[in-house]
Design a protein around this ligand. Structure first.
Ligand code: KIV
Ligand code: ZN
Length: 506
């Protein structure tokens, strides 16, 4: 299909470079499996040379994922490329993605090299990667601030040496759509192989809020691969949001005439999974996947919607996997029904994990007449991810009211032992956090704190997302519970466990 746009997802590489995100091994694999299920063409699984943890995660993803290409990033140096290959060599469809900066500002000030040296490094890097796999992608980093003729020279060398994809990054999110479209058009005119034997890719950052607009403009001008991330995660202001790029191409097919192979019905679930596991909440008014993206409140809009959905909706929410009726299970549902629904949602749990999730589900169903998909995902997250780690919440008691100084007693389990502490605070959550601090003995600084209801009802599950600074490192945490103080405590412990896990991994 020559009007196909390849979707290259870099949530696990550029997305994971967002401050405070630190996914563990299992979380990365879960995201990669969901990306493959959604039909992503290429999964950039990580940057294996950066840490043993990253190497192991890329290796496991490479061994397990079928269908999608699995790609590893490497600087244009021999050592990186060799390590990248070791990580992905068992993949069904392995790709090495190597890069070097081509703007003078990066060459002179960051690399401290000359243009000639960059040309030589490009040639050697692509050549080395080709020794391992025929599928080699090359990126001239900071392409949009590179001098055009030099950029062409580097691309020419990469093509002559055998690169099969050339990716043009707007590394610092500086380009305007008009300029970026023009650059892509000029490159297509200069290199007739683009869009034919060689894929022309783009990778846009969102520093000026233009990542998606630039990616679409590039597609209009001949790019046939877009690099993006779920929920727009990524360095600084992030990368182009996958769900936006895909739904723009889908919704405006008649105008743009390009299609992706993404199963759009998986978009909402993928967004929720990534938000849950990264601890990065999705802003309510975010296009496509924000909680309000399909909400209508003004009288005129509601009236229009009731008469005909298309008056105020350009996308049918079902198309991204949001069903109108999300009621699925209740108090009388059994273990089998729960297991079945979890499989439909993409969770394959061990019998022990299913037991734990079933017990939490029963507790929730006693309090809530309708248990939705979001509730189930929250329970699965809580049982499988949030409660894991060095410290576990055993119990807490708080005393709080208009005329009492809030006071908390907390018990945590660590190394098979239950440790208890008491503390006061400015509010009940502060008191609980102070008591946890006494047990853990780390110096933490709370940067962000939020509590939101996951679903609309009064008995909804509360979700707490926090960001902590510990020992100069930022780390996120998430907790869910029908008790909001418990959700806050779980988020705090989750962030601390993630920090400790990172410390242990080196
Ligand atoms: O933004 C960038 O330039 C990158 C490259 C490694 C492709 O992430
Ligand atoms: Zn990037």
């Amino acid at each position: 299909m020559n009007n196909k746009i390849l979707i290259f997802d870099t949530t696990l590489r550029d997305g994971e470079q967002s401050p405070g995100i630190s996914l563990n091994f299992r979380e990365k694999l879960e995201i990669a499996e969901q990306l493959a299920r959604m039909g992503v063409d290429v999964i950039e699984a990580g940057f294996p040379v950066t840490s043993p943890g990253d190497f192991q995660a890329v290796k496991t993803i490479a061994e397990k994922i079928k269908g999608s290409v699995v790609c590893a990033l490497a600087r244009a140096v021999e050592g990186d490329i060799d390590v990248a290959w070791q990580a992905i060599k068992e993949a069904e469809r392995p790709r090495i993605h190597t890069f070097i900066a081509t703007s003078d500002i990066h060459i002179e000030r960051k690399l401290r090299k000359t243009r000639d040296e960059v040309l030589k490094m490009t040639e050697e890097a692509v050549k080395r990667a080709k020794r391992y796999t025929p599928d080699v992608e090359f990126s001239p980093e900071d392409a949009t601030r590179s001098e055009f003729e030099f950029l062409c020279k580097v691309i020419e060398v990469a093509l002559e040496t055998g690169a099969t994809t050339i990716n043009i990054p707007d590394t610092v999110g500086y380009a305007l759509p008009l300029e970026f479209g023009e650059l892509i058009k000029k490159l297509v005119a200069r290199f007739p192989v683009f869009g034919k034997e060689v894929v022309l890719s783009v990778h846009c950052h969102n520093d000026l809020g233009l990542a998606v607009a630039n990616s679409i403009e590039a597609v209009i001008n001949g790019a046939n691969q877009v690099e993006c991330t779920v929920n727009g995660l990524g360095e600084r202001a992030g990368n182009a949001a996958l769900e936006e790029v895909v739904m723009i191409l889908d919704t405006r097919y008649r105008t743009i005439g390009k299609r992706t192979g993404i199963k759009t019905e998986e978009i909402a679930r993928t967004s929720r999974l990534v938000s849950t596991l990264t601890g990065y909440p999705v802003q309510p008014n975010k296009a496509i996947v924000g909680a309000n993206a399909f909400a209508h409140s003004s009288g005129i809009h509601t009236d229009g919607m009731l008469k005909d959905r298309t008056t105020y909706e350009i996308i049918d929410p079902k198309k991204i996997g949001l069903s109108e009726s999300r009621l699925i299970l209740g108090k009388t549902s059994g273990r089998h029904g729960l297991r079945q629904r979890l499989i439909e949602l993409g969770y394959k749990l061990s019998p022990e994990e299913l037991d734990a999730v079933f017990a939490s589900f029963k507790k929730l169903a006693d309090r809530k007449s309708q248990v939705t998909d979001e509730d189930l995902e929250a329970i699965v997250f809580d049982e499988l991810y949030a409660r894991g780690g060095r410290y576990k919440l055993v119990e807490f008691v708080i005393q709080s009211g208009t005329n009492i100084k809030p006071q908390a007693k907390v018990a945590l389990k660590t190394n098979g032992e239950v440790v208890r502490a008491e503390a006061v605070g400015d509010g009940p959550v502060d008191a609980v956090y102070n008591a946890i601090d006494k047990i853990i003995g780390l110096d933490t600084k709370l940067l962000n704190f939020s509590i939101t209801a996951l679903t609309g009802e009064k008995e909804a599950i509360g979700e707490s997302n926090i960001r902590l600074e510990i020992g100069g490192r930022k780390v996120g945490g998430r907790g869910v519970s029908t008790d909001i103080v418990e959700a806050a405590a779980l988020a705090y412990i989750n962030a601390i466990n993630r920090y400790l896990m990172r410390q242990d991994a080196g």
